[in-house]
Design a protein around this ligand. Structure first.
Ligand code: MG
Length: 216
């Protein structure tokens, strides 16, 4: 008997290799509109979160509000970078081609961003009709809302969902949703993904991990 009825993929850093591009755009903008902020700081503090989370962080640290058009500026620059430089995460296409369990995608990004990223990387057909964005829920990761929303729409109990994540925010969200979580340590060190049920460092390791869980 199968123990897994749904695999929920995070998008950024798990499906599309967007984190260096996206955090590069973010660090440039924060440097222009707030204070000098490095790529490494952005990856550490904001990966897996939302722009609302970035706004909150800046407000808490400095009492300042980012400009109203900050999100628009971010998306303009990001979409330009995506169109020219975005690639799939190495090995993800082979995973999606061979995976024999139902799957969907749940991302902190806006729906426009998700669709663009999957389109330019040629991965959109894998997820068409099964894409969930943080825009559809009140609280983004690390709150559980987005994963609960995805499971409910796919009509699967949370206990039979496995989440594939790559950020501490995402791992926390999956745990809060009561789901099993496997963490891909692409950019985040394994020790910061300690809340996950298991971690892996190449996509080639994911299917064997899922197989083991499914037969458990
Ligand atoms: Mg991610």
């Amino acid at each position: 008997m199968s123990a897994i009825d749904l695999v929920i993929f995070d998008n950024d850093g798990v499906v599309v290799d967007s984190e260096v591009l996206a955090n590069g755009v973010l660090s440039d903008l924060l440097t222009e509109y707030w204070q000098p902020t490095s790529l490494e700081q952005c990856i550490r503090d904001f990966m897996g979160g939302t722009l609302a989370g970035v706004r909150r962080f800046v407000k808490e640290r400095s009492g300042r509000d980012l400009p109203e058009d900050f999100d628009d500026l971010y998306h303009q620059r990001l979409f330009r970078a995506f169109a020219s430089d975005l690639r799939p995460v190495p090995g993800i296409r082979a995973v999606l081609d061979s995976l024999h369990l139902p799957f969907c995608l749940a991302s902190s990004g806006t729906l426009d961003r998700i669709v663009l990223s999957l389109t330019v990387t040629g991965l959109i057909d894998y997820f068409a009709g099964r894409i969930f964005s943080a825009e559809e829920v009140e609280h983004g990761k690390p709150a559980p809302d987005l994963f609960l929303h995805a499971a409910s729409n796919m009509d699967v109990p949370t206990s039979r969902c496995v989440v594939i994540e790559d950020s501490p925010n995402g791992v926390a969200a999956a745990r809060a949703a009561g789901m099993t979580v496997l963490a891909y340590a692409g950019l985040t060190p394994v020790e910061r993904l300690g809340g996950a049920d298991a971690t892996f460092v190449t996509m080639g390791a994911l299917l064997p991990l899922l197989d083991t869980l499914d037969k458990a």
